[in-house]
Ligand binder design. Sequence first.
Ligand code: PLP
Ligand code: COI
Length: 355
Amino acid sequence: METMTNNVQVEKAKTTKIHDVDFDNLSFGSVYTDHILVCDYVDGAWQSPKVIPYQPITLDPSAKIFHYGQSIFEGMKAYKDADGNAWLFRPLDNYKRLNKSAKRLAIPELPESHFMDGLTTLLQVEKDWIPTNPGSSLYVRPFILASGNGFHASPADEYKFIIACAPSGSYFSGKVKVLIEETYSRAANGGVGYAKAGGNYAGQFYPTQLAIDKGYQQVIWTDDNTHEYIEEAGAMNIFIRINDTLITGPTSDRILDGITRKSILQIAEDQGIATEVRKITVSEVVEAAKNGTLKEMFGAGTAAVVSPIAAFGYKGTDYDLPELEDSYATLLKKYITDVQYNRSEDKFGWRYPVQ
Ligand code: PLP
Ligand code: COI
């Protein structure tokens, strides 16, 4: 066990799996690095985080995560530049959102130093795992689960904060076709939609599978009350370009406040693209598709980056989006990835060195 300058202990793995990985053909989030960060909440306090070899975790069958789904997560990426330096993108925003989710799920909030020192130490140890092939990065998954025991339906008294990493390629393969949802809901007023709670994703699997069976990749969620307003997609926020205006819905307690979403809004404004943050009705989008003013739709998120939508389905009809040469999606994706991979000036101070 070594102790790093920031007091995070590191136990190195005896062997590495890195040579078994085909870095030229990475899928998303399916191979994992040699180490994880672990930090336990016991006796009413978060203990010191440690980097240890990647390994299974042992939990009691009565651990509350299994019964009541008390768990939250974050999604972030580490990028490597041409000189081999490693970078994160707005990591403090992920830290703050983790605690926002923690509060809503009655999980004790994590101190900033545990998150940031733990994260940077883990990434220093795993630096060689950050891929350099175009479009690839190291997907970083911080999460907290209720490890404390008991069938009583109340918050656990013990938790585990873990960070695991997966060298990853793109989240979607091929063109993205989405289905605008008319029946099921992802989130409700006063619920947990704004939190990255594990259960929010489990609840989407069944309706998403129904959409996949019909030939779509993702569902676009609409408001639970009327299904008339566009909210967000399963793993990304949604942007819609009508004429030359880029529109996205306002965040609420039903929508995840995406870091990519807010970055895209800032970049668009900086680039002189007209933006509107307002409620968007499905009928407005269908009307725009019919009269030719709907130019683009794309999803934005850490895993998805900026993913252009090729077509959407609604009430049994598919509406194709045009293929534009000067799309906002292309411009915005280039801008944000140039900042992330340290290929351009970081005007807004978003890049964070791993050192
Ligand atoms: N919406 C949902 C439901 C998500 O899971 C994600 C992914 O994190 C996003 C939006 C995009 O958020 P971010 O840009 O912070 O990754
Ligand atoms: C991310 O974009 O990081 C997410 O958390 C989405 C995830 C469900 C893959």
